[in-house]
Design a protein around this ligand. Structure first.
Ligand SMILES: [Zn+2]
Length: 204
């Protein structure tokens, strides 16, 4: 049975419990031992990494405890080495599959291949559903954020109300009210679109 080093255990602090389960299983069942070289990251460190070119985004899953970096240990010791990542990547993905946890491996990225990097998938694990330090994630919802649901609800309620009020007004008042309602609707659509865009920005 493989054991984490002190360093690895330190770097696993503050990591999402589902990701932790995956890493635990990969350590025991995978073909390679590894060191957890990084987990939760401070904003300050992220800024430094972006400045140095080591990371390309300030929207990193490391900042929220949704990502880890693993350094594989081969026959000749620990190495940042593609042949080793090519073994470790599929092993961690198999562990995730067995745990029923959806993850993404940086080694699968086209733009900026990141062999050591593993993160929980954005769509199944949105940032707002778990805050580092919590033991258990909040109950998972398949639906979109409450803000979006509220916006959609308000739009529907608003439309119903408008129809009722319209019936009791004279034609000119109806046009004015309709115009105002469409403007409000357009604004609402824009808000929803902006939120969806931010929500969909899957990046490391
Ligand atoms: Zn990483």
């Amino acid at each position: 049975m493989r054991r984490y080093s002190k360093r690895s255990l330190g770097n696993l602090k503050g990591i999402h419990p589902d990701l932790r389960r995956v890493i635990d299983r990969a350590l025991q069942e995978g073909p390679l031992d590894f060191i957890v070289i990084e987990g939760l990251r401070t904003m300050q460190r992220q800024r430094e990494l972006v400045a140095s070119g080591a990371s390309q985004t300030m929207n990193s899953r490391h900042l929220t405890g949704h990502a880890v970096d693993l350094l594989p240990i081969g026959k000749d010791g620990a190495a940042f080495d593609w042949p080793l990542y090519d073994k470790l990547g599929p092993a961690v993905k198999a562990a995730a599959e067995a745990e029923g946890v959806k993850i993404e491996w940086g080694g699968d990225w086209q733009k900026f291949r990141d062999g050591p990097h593993f993160q929980l998938a954005w769509d199944e694990y949105p940032t707002e559903e778990w805050v580092t330090g919590d033991d258990a994630p909040k109950p998972r919802k398949k639906t979109q954020s409450t803000t979006l649901q509220a916006a959609a609800g308000a739009a529907t309620a608003g439309a119903g109300g408008v129809a009722t009020v319209l019936g009791s007004l004279d034609p000119v008042a109806q046009y004015i009210l309709l115009g105002a309602a469409s403007l409000a609707g357009l604004f609402l659509l824009w808000i929803v679109r902006e939120r969806l865009r931010k929500w969909g920005q899957g990046d490391r």
